[in-house]
Every structure is written in C-alpha cells, then in structure tokens.
Design a protein around this ligand. Structure first.
Ligand code: NAD
Length: 495
C-alpha cells in the first residue's frame, strides 16, 4: 500500500532534461533542439525532451535494423529472452511509485488509476508476453505423405510504435510486449505530451539485459518523428494508438513508401446503454460515472454516450449527477482524488468548446461544464453531463476525449441498437440489463470491438482490445496480438 507521505516525497523531485535512447545510448536531437514538457498539474515547465528530427528517427530505425539483422535478440535462446523480459517487469515493479508519480506530473492521471493502469499494468503485460516466449510452436501441415509442409512464425523485423498521452506505459507495453517477445526490434515514438515514463522503462530494459538497439525511443513531434517513421523504407510494421486523423496519415505514408503494415487503434464514442431492468440502478450510475469521468474522460473506451431508457431517464441522470459531484477533482497526486488533470491546455479548451457547441445545439448541461482550479495554473475540468443530446448533434457524433457525457433517451431495444450504432466509431460499449437473452442480443447487435455487460471497463491483458469501423483494425492484448508482429513462412519439402 502506498501512503501520501511516499507520494509527497517524490512530487517535487527535479526532472533532468531527457534525450532519446538510441542504440542503448542517451542522446540529444541531432540539431540540439528540445521541447518543453509542461506539467498539466500547474502549467509550469517540468523538464525538456529532445525535439527529434527525421535524422534522429532514421538513426533509431538503423539501430533497430542492425539489431534485428545480426540476431542479437531474435536468435538469443528463448529462455534467455524470457528471463530478460521478466527481469525488466520486476525492475518496473520495483520503481512503480516513482514511475507513477513521474507519469502523473507529465500527463495528469490521478494516482489511484495511474498506479493500477500504468506501471502495474505495464509489468503485468510484459510478464504475460514473456511467459509465452518458450510456448509458441510452429505447425506441421496435414499434407500428402510424400511432402512435408512446415509453417514457421517469423518476427517481422523493425516495428515502429506510435502512442498517445493518456496511458503511455499501459498502451506502450501492449505493443512492446508481443513485439519484443517474438524477436523484433522496436522504435517507440511516445506522445510529446507524455514521454518521460517510456524513456525510463527503456533504460530499465537495458538494465535487465536487453541488448542495445532492440528497444529505441525517439521523442518529439508527431509531424516530424512520427511522420519519418511512417515514411521510412526500413520500418516493417507500424502499430499506432491515437486519433483517426493521424491514423489516416499513417496509411497514406505506408502507401507512398514500402507498404508497411499499419495496425491502428483509434478513437471512440462508446454507447453505455441502461435499460430500466438494470440489476441495480445506483450501482449502474456509479460505475457509469467512473466509466466516463476517470482520468478526466481521457480514455479511448470511455462510455461517453449514455443511452438510457426513457422511463428511468430522470432518476438515472440524478443518480449519475450525484456520483459525478461526489468525485473529487484536482491534484492527481492526492490519494483522495477521483479524477486529475486534463493533459494539456489545448485539450481543455477543446473540451469546453464541445460543451458550448452542445448547448448551442439544444443540449442541457445538468452537471459541471466549467474549468476549475484555474488559480493552480493546472488544467482541471468538472465532470460534465449534458442531456437532450440528439443523435445528429456534434456531441453525439464526435469524440471529446474529456469528462463530457452526452445523454440521450430511448424507448425500445431496437431504438437503443440504432442509436448505439449511429456513429462512425465502433470501439466499445456497455449494456445494463437483468435479461440474459437481451444481453446476448445486444452483444451481437452492437458494432463494436468490446461490449461490457452490467459493468464498464477493466478487462485485463487476457482478452483482445480493439475496435471496428473507424475505431481501427489492430487488436492489442491477448495471444491475438502476436499476429501483428509475425510473418508466416511456409516450407514445402519433398520427402
Ligand atoms: P494523436 O493522433 O494526436 O497522437 C498520437 C501519436 O501520434 C502521438 O505520439 C503523436 O505525436 C503522433 N502523431 C501525431 N501526428 C502524427 C503524424 N502526422 N505522423 C505520425 N505520428 C503522428 O492522438 P492523441 O491526441 O495523442 O491521443 C488521443 C487519441 O487517441 C484519441 O482519439 C483517443 O481515442 C485515441 N486513443 C485510442 C485508444 C485505443 O486503444 N483505441 C487508446 C488511447 C487513445
């Protein structure tokens, strides 16, 4: 158990300027430029990171390629690779609190969530994939007896992983775990809004014995470093989590370069559907509030659209508002905080603009809607509930990625399905009902990658996580994640 004094001892530690980690060496950007890291807790400069250039990205790719070609990692005995990855997970656990606090100062997530979802989830994910290393077998095909057909699974080569700012360690290790376990080399491009913890775990990988060049981190802006990776002729696979706009650019860059495979995990506008026969409406309201307001709504699967059966609409919204107003918003390093800061000033402005547009289009703000704690210099916003949102409204169709819930009433199950599927997204959703048959009907009817029933959020690494429609095409987590990082090779032998 962590106590407040342990957190407070870390919260003001100076953070030295950070460089890239390329070929096992910490280095500055080729032109010496840096980017300020602004802490969302108070708006002040926490430290700097290297403002990577195309040349830096190319150097990291060359380092990853060299590591892959000489086999220093992929040809290492599987048990040895496994040992190193397990040791890496242990080192992350040992430093969990330091990593969580550093990450919070960089991205604003509340401490309870950060401890669980960042270092805690990262080490668990690395262990899960490390344990698989010596359990992956090839195949012998059922051919005619004069032939032998072998199916090998080979690492693809150089993987570029581009990740967002909301959960850098959790999402980062969803890519790193399976990619590294099967012997690839990786160049990671963290968000310029949250790079510090990924840089630190890359150092820990070296300490655990991972050879230099196998896991490189290049920091900087997406349009520079990310674009260079996407356009590279020497990157074999891109795994990406972020916005749809960037996802589209990656596909274009792939088409214009070497047709590298792109796996995209994009945004969502997930419908959380509450029927009048939900088992316990109070619990449903509490869990639904957490499902949109935790991490200030900066969660890709957040239940950001509440579809609620008309007969319980008013009572349910009232419960939800109670749960939202009971949530303490503020200092994310305080153990009592329910939701921390918005990651950056531009995102805060964007959230507020969505609220203003929703009101202009006829939505009614029944809870929150404003920036708070501005005197701290930090970026904090009230959990916000907007009712009367029609399916065509801006707030019903667009991802806010903030603590703003759109509420729409429905009358029938068919109505609920039609509304749920009425956006371009298909990431996640929720259904609250006591009727088992209805729950199964809804699971099949909802065009999403994940459906929660009588709960919202929380599945672990054993199940896939990913979307359909314009929420993307690549699944993270579970054994299915390996498919992205391996090529199939057939050997056909005449006996
Ligand atoms: P973003 O697309 O702006 O940035 C994501 C990453 O892409 C960052 O590292 C950024 O530097 C990089 N990037 C930006 N422009 C680029 C370019 N032209 N070429 C290459 N790389 C570029 O997204 P964000 O604002 O960091 O994250 C929020 C988005 O991520 C939301 O839409 C959210 O739903 C989505 N998200 C999805 C999931 C999921 O699993 N589906 C999880 C978390 C976040």
């Amino acid at each position: 158990m962590v106590d407040q004094a342990q957190i407070d001892a870390l919260r003001h530690l100076p953070v030295p300027p950070k460089g890239h980690l390329i070929d096992g060496v910490v280095c500055a950007a080729e032109n010496g430029r840096t980017l300020d890291v602004i802490s969302p807790l108070n708006g002040s400069v926490l430290t700097t990171i290297a403002a990577g250039t195309r040349a830096d990205a190319d150097r990291a790719v060359a380092s990853a390629r060299a590591a892959f070609e000489d086999g220093r990692w992929r040809r290492m005995p599987p048990q040895q690779r496994k040992k190193i990855m397990l040791k890496w997970a242990d080192l992350i656990d040992k430093e969990a609190l330091e990593l969580a606090v550093l990450g919070i100062r960089d991205n604003g997530t509340e401490i309870g969530m950060a401890l669980r979802a960042e270092p805690g989830s990262a080490s668990g994910t690395l262990r899960y994939y490390a344990e698989c290393i010596d359990k992956l077998y090839g195949e012998i095909a059922p051919t005619a007896s004069e032939f032998l057909g072998l199916v090998h699974h080979e690492p693809v080569g150089v993987v570029a992983a581009i990740v967002p700012w909301n959960f850098p360690l959790m999402i980062g290790t969803w890519k790193l775990g399976p990619a590294l376990a099967v012997g690839n080399s990786v160049v990671m491009k963290p968000s310029e809004m949250a790079s510090l913890t990924l840089l630190r775990i890359a150092e820990l990988a070296l300490e655990a014995g991972m050879p230099p060049g196998v896991f490189n981190v290049v920091t900087g802006e997406g349009a520079e470093v990310g674009a260079a990776l996407a356009e590279s002729m020497d990157v074999d696979v891109i795994v990406f989590t972020g916005s749809g706009g960037t996802g589209r650019r990656l596909l274009q860059a792939s088409a214009a370069s070497n047709l590298k495979r792109c796996y995209l995990e994009l945004g969502g506008k997930s419908a959380n559907i509450v029927f009048a026969d939900a088992p316990n409406l109070k619990d449903a309201a509490k869990v639904s509030a957490a499902g949109i307001f935790r991490n200030s709504g900066q969660v890709c699967v957040a239940g950001s659209r509440l579809l609620v059966e008309r007969s319980i609409h008013d009572a349910f919204v009232e419960e939800l508002a109670k749960a939202a107003s009971a949530m303490k918003i503020g200092d994310p390093l305080d153990l009592g905080t329910g939701a921390g800061a918005i990651n950056n000033a531009a995102q805060l402005d964007r959230n507020l603009e969505f609220v203003a547009t929703a009101q202009a289009e006829g939505g009614k703000v029944v809870q929150g809607g404003k920036r708070i704690l501005a005197e701290t210099g930090g970026y904090f916003m009230e959990p916000t509930i907007v009712t009367n949102v029609a399916p065509g409204h801006t707030l019903a169709q667009n991802e806010v990625f903030g603590p703003v819930l759109a509420v729409t009433a429905f009358d029938t199950e068919e109505d609920a399905v039609r509304l749920a599927n009425s956006t371009e997204f298909g990431l996640a959703g929720g259904v609250w009902t006591s009727d088992l048959s209805r729950a199964h009907r809804m699971i099949h009817a909802m065009r999403t990658g994940v459906v929660h029933v009588n709960t919202y959020g929380g599945p672990d690494v054993t199940v896939p996580m990913g979307g359909t429609k314009q929420s993307g095409n690549g699944h993270d987590k579970s054994l299915h994640a390996f498919d992205k990082f391996m090529n199939l090779k057939t050997a056909w032998i005449k006996l």
